[in-house]
Design a protein around this ligand. Structure first.
Ligand SMILES: [Zn+2]
Length: 202
């Protein structure tokens, strides 16, 4: 199944240029494994970036350089789909989640405090109600969830900011596993949420 929800052009450009922090980059990479469309786009962006780098030391983007950029765009080919990532092996392998009853497995945290973790919830379960204190990227690895009337299925990508509170719920029929990167821990809105946060750090 091809994903229908993709990273924005700005996010793909940041990914292609290496500007994303590694936690966020990992979540985009998980989407790319499912999405030939975005792999094409990243390949084209990387080709343009390479051509620009070759051109810049001369006199900016001269007419000849622009031709080379356009030619590189035409020639850009999508890379083959990468092998199953380490993250997915962790998600579906034998290793237990660190907090199995809560379905949270922390994969790492970055120098600026950003978090990378897997969330595994059973069929039909709701997440705790929460908001966000910064940007959050999610790629669905397995199953599907609904959030405010929008359906996110395996491979789909979601970018949240610190706007509204929400409470996604897993579609009935299959467990749901998501890979999530966030700038800051969630903003929990219930006592249970505070407890879970104290135990898991997410
Ligand atoms: Zn995509």
């Amino acid at each position: 199944m091809t994903p229908t929800r993709h990273p924005s052009d700005a996010v793909l450009a940041d990914y292609a240029s290496g500007a994303l922090r590694s936690a966020f980059s990992a979540v985009v990479a998980a989407h790319l494994e499912h999405c030939p469309h975005c792999r094409d786009e990243v390949a084209a962006l990387e080709a343009v970036g390479g051509a620009l780098l070759e051109t810049l030391p001369e006199s900016g983007l001269a007419a000849e350089g622009l031709e080379r950029v356009m030619a590189a765009l035409d020639e850009a080919e999508a890379p083959a789909a990468p092998a199953q990532s380490t993250i997915e092996r962790i998600a579906f392998g034998r290793e237990r989640f660190l907090a199995p009853s809560m379905g949270i497995r922390k994969a790492g945290s970055g120098a600026d405090g950003e978090l990378l973790y897997l969330l595994r919830l059973p069929s039909g379960q709701k997440t705790l109600p929460h908001g966000h204190l910064g940007v959050e990227f999610t790629t669905v690895l397995k199953g599907a969830y609904n959030d405010n009337g929008a359906l996110y299925r395996a491979g789909d990508f979601c970018e949240m900011d610190s706007a509204a509170d929400h409470q996604p719920h897993v579609v009935v029929g299959e467990e749901c596993v998501c890979l999530i990167a966030s700038e800051r821990p969630m903003r929990m809105t219930t006592r249970v949420g505070w407890l879970v946060q104290a135990l898991t750090g997410v």
